[in-house]
Design a protein around this ligand. Sequence first.
Ligand code: FES
Length: 92
Amino acid sequence: MTNKELTKEEKEERIKRLATVVCICKGIPLGKVLPAIKACDTVEDVNRMAGTGSGGCHGERCGPRIRMLLKKKHDLQDSRPATRDTASDKEE
Ligand code: FES
């Protein structure tokens, strides 16, 4: 999907994500951190992937935000209903 195909609401959400800075020291916005949050389970891995945590405060300010985002991700995953994926489901 290109930018021209985005709805007005999608464009506003994208702008909001890019404007919200997670790592103040390095100026890294939420839009750059979210892919790392999706792919990683620890703050250290997010820092490695997104480049956060290596600024002047060494993660004192962005670390708690990243921990909160990881917790939200895990809470959402825990609240999803379990998927049925057993061998007996695949047999006919
Ligand atoms: S805010 Fe991220 S290293 Fe300081």
